[in-house]
Design a binder for this molecule. Sequence first.
Ligand code: SF4
Length: 419
Amino acid sequence: MLRHNIGCPFCGLCCDDLTIKSEPERLTVEANGCPLSERGFSQSPATGGSNHQPRIQGHACSLNEAVDHAADLLGNARLPLFGGLGTDVAGARAVLSLADRAGAVLDHMNSESMLRNLLAVQDSGWMTATLGVVRNRVDLLMIFGSAIEKHAPRFYERFFNNAESMFGQDTSARELIIIGSSADAPTAHGDAHITSIPCPTDRLGDIAMTLRALLQGRPLQAENVAGIPVAQLREIVTRLADAHYGVIAWATDELDFPHAELAVQAFSGLVKDLNITTRCSGMPLGGNNGDYTFSQVATWQAGFPTRISLASGCPHFDPIQYNWERLLESDEADLLLWISAFDTQRTPPSGNTPGIVLGRAGMQCEIEPEVFIPVATPGIDHAGHVYRCDIVVAIPLCSVRDSDLPEVSMVLNAISERL
Ligand code: SF4
């Protein structure tokens, strides 16, 4: 059976136009897919035999027995750590509720990447657009980085190369500037109006700061920055200032170098400076495994986006102390509850800490956890909501097949009732 206009939860763009072919043993993306969605929808069959079987210490058990044992483990833990956290809005609400009862620390598997944006926002704020605004208004798009298509594969197709816009813009006249580690321009948007400037990824913040200085008319003694002639950067500043609606985008997953939040702060500062005389917005791209969803729900429920401790009875945020990897390496956490409902490959870290794993059916853990409960995937096995990377729109997901797997929220609520 073909299902049309299906939402996709496998990256922060949350496309809602996929066509999925649903067969008893497999799902196939028939239209409007990309490599990430094709992998995501095809990962696990609906009827899985042993893949759908909860286990305690590797032995098959009922869901009730697994839930009882998980509740016992949580009740006896000194400092439980809730990691992974790849789930939808309902799952994130349930995990925060259970963490509150258990006095746990919560940290999403993608926190390291998320914090590059979050620390910049906490420190100095930012001005960002929705994806809809990009699609309908942008006339100059500047990208910091060269791997946008890896982290958000359909970004150019849906939001830059769209043939029509709401306000009659000639979208073929749009300009694209890419400053990134590769000199190669992406191929997904033709070859018109593209300026591609090679720059090492860890120097992108320097470039943004230089553009700010030039925009503000400050004197510069350097003749080039990160190998880019200042004269060329001056020309880019002119183009940004002349644009009617510029957008500056980046993918935080790509900014994998120390203190990358300072680069994000520089991108955001450039956006703010440009708004003194014209319109410009930031556009943080990327995201997967429900990271934006968890940070939204955690922020509205606990006041902080991730790396939160509820051990003292009230939320406490510390981006260093509550790093999930640090807590496991130092043996401060004595129990790990790991959730990964979207991706069978995002398995819990191997180590000595006993684990309760709520994993997408088909997940193979390196070390058998104390309790393993296969769970349903939002947008495949059950309906739900996930947040897009512009974090103002929660996309509804529907079920595309019948499934006997329990939802993450149902399992967590059942554990919570038994605590
Ligand atoms: S770009 Fe992202 S949301 Fe869109 S189909 Fe691909 S993985 Fe799904």
